[in-house]
Design a protein around this ligand. Structure first.
Ligand code: AMP
Ligand code: MN
Ligand code: MN
Ligand code: MN
Length: 290
């Protein structure tokens, strides 16, 4: 009996801050045993067409996705859009706004790093020359390349994490607003890694209740790097708020060992899988039970 899930609905490519191109990512996750995947880059669907074509070649199920940065009670959270139509106008206009927020925030991150004696502008210029949609992870890697930090984790610790000079708040849209974009694109909205936010247990329950009332569909119950205890808590949040459950590794980089694709536990049977039924493709068998 295989205890690993064959589903992974949270994956990054070079279209945002992943290290593999969309086609390389699909080849990698297929080789890791994943049978149904979503590409969920930060605030962009630019990698989706290439990934969809590669998924056909590898014979695995694929849905278009996105991980949208949103605000809830003044905090930033991540919202997954799954099985979306990447060309839906409400979504593409929303994501265009996200890209400009990211570009503006990157300029402020660079300024603030410079003011503290780190080479922010140099890092930003390197990112601009590659035309990336900048995330803090991109800055972390540039600070490593510039010899300012030994590895990206250390760059977050010293420069980019919460309370550090390069942690710049962006005025992300409200959770309910981005949920509307995803619904307008025919997809399902799911809160990413719900246990990773610094919220009290009560606030987390209110978040899920409000999200369900705003038309949200699910939360990630099984996440990369999440402990069994986190999974139990996320499961109980989903059941209590009537939300569906998702499974996603949040994989970015084959050199980082803590969240490889194809190693996640199966979704517990007490929550409905977000991938069951439309708008997900009708697979011959549920990849989790096959
Ligand atoms: P952003 O959306 O621009 O704020 O960047 C967030 C991304 O940075 C996340 O998706 C992760 O890939 C990465 N990240 C955030 N916090 C950390 C951390 N403490 N250590 C390593 N990577 C992190
Ligand atoms: Mn990321
Ligand atoms: Mn995230
Ligand atoms: Mn992610």
């Amino acid at each position: 009996m295989n205890h690993r899930s064959a589903v992974d609905l949270h994956l990054h490519s070079t279209a945002s801050d992943g290290m593999l191109s969309p086609a390389e990512l699909v080849a990698h996750v297929a080789a890791c045993g994943v049978r149904l995947m979503a590409l969920t880059d930060h605030d962009t669907v630019a990698g989706v067409a290439e990934a969809a074509a590669a998924a056909q070649v590898h014979g695995i199920g694929f849905v278009a996705g996105v991980e949208i940065s949103v605000s809830w009670r003044g905090r930033s959270l991540h919202l997954l859009g799954l099985a979306i139509d990447p060309a839906a106008p409400a979504l593409t206009s929303g994501l265009a706004g996200q890209v400009s927020l990211r570009l503006q925030r990157a300029a402020r991150i660079a300024e603030r790093l410079d003011a503290r004696g780190a080479p922010g502008r140099e890092a930003l210029e390197a990112l601009q020359s590659r035309g990336v949609i900048p995330t803090r992870m991109h800055f972390a890697r540039e600070l490593v390349a510039l010899g300012i930090a030994p590895d990206p984790g250390a760059a977050f610790e010293r420069w980019l994490g919460r309370g550090r000079p390069g942690h710049v708040r962006a005025d992300w849209p409200e959770l309910a607003e981005a949920t509307r974009w995803i619904r307008a694109a025919g997809g399902k909205a799911a809160i990413a890694h719900p246990m990773r936010y610094p919220l009290s247990a009560g606030a987390r329950r209110e978040l899920c209740a409000e999200f369900a009332a705003a038309g949200g569909h699910g939360i990630e119950v099984v996440t990369g790097g999440g402990s069994p205890n986190h999974r139990e808590q996320a499961l109980s949040l989903a059941v209590r708020s009537g939300l569906e459950g998702s499974v996603g590794s949040d994989f970015h980089d084959p050199a980082i060992p803590w969240n490889p694709p194809g190693r996640l536990a199966k979704l517990p049977g007490s929550v409905r899988p977000v991938w069951r039924g439309a708008p997900f493709p009708g697979l011959a068998a549920d990849p989790e039970t096959a």
